[in-house]
Design a protein. Structure first.
Length: 121
C-alpha cells in the first residue's frame, strides 16, 4: 500500500467515524438548547445538570449517559437515591437526558412510577 492510498484510506475512516457519531452530536446540541444557562454551565463543568421535580420540589442530578444516571439529592446536594428510567428506543445520550429532564420537570410522579431505584454510588 503506497503512502497516498494509506492517507486516503485513513481519511475515509475518519470521515465515516464522524458521520457515525452525528446523531450523538445532534442530540447534544438539542439538549443544550433546552438547558437553562445555569444547567448548561453545570453540564459543561461537571457533565451533569440539576432539575427540580414538578410535584415534590426535590432536586435531581442528571449525569451524562443513557441509563442509571439520575440521582435524587438531599438538602446538602448529596445523592440519596439513584433512579433509572429511559425511553424504549435506543437513543443518543442527549436525547435520553432531555427526555429525563422533561419528565421530571413536567410529570415527576409518573416518571418515578416507572423508574427503578438503586443505591447511588
Amino acid at each position: 500500500m503506497n503512502g497516498l492510498h494509506l492517507v486516503r484510506t485513513m481519511w475515509e475512516w475518519f470521515r465515516e467515524l464522524g458521520h457515525a457519531n452525528e446523531p450523538e452530536q445532534r442530540s447534544q446540541r438539542l439538549l443544550r438548547d433546552w438547558l437553562s444557562a445555569e444547567q448548561r454551565a453545570q453540564y459543561d463543568k461537571y457533565r451533569y445538570f440539576e432539575v427540580i421535580g414538578r410535584h415534590s420540589g426535590r432536586r435531581y442530578r442528571i449525569w451524562h449517559g443513557t441509563g442509571s444516571n439520575i440521582a435524587e439529592l438531599d438538602d446538602y446536594g448529596h445523592p440519596i437515591f439513584g433512579w433509572c428510567f429511559v425511553p424504549r428506543d435506543n437513543l443518543a445520550s442527549g436525547d435520553v437526558m432531555l427526555a429525563q429532564k422533561i419528565a421530571l420537570e413536567t410529570d415527576e410522579l409518573e416518571a418515578l412510577k416507572i423508574a427503578r431505584s438503586f443505591s447511588p454510588r
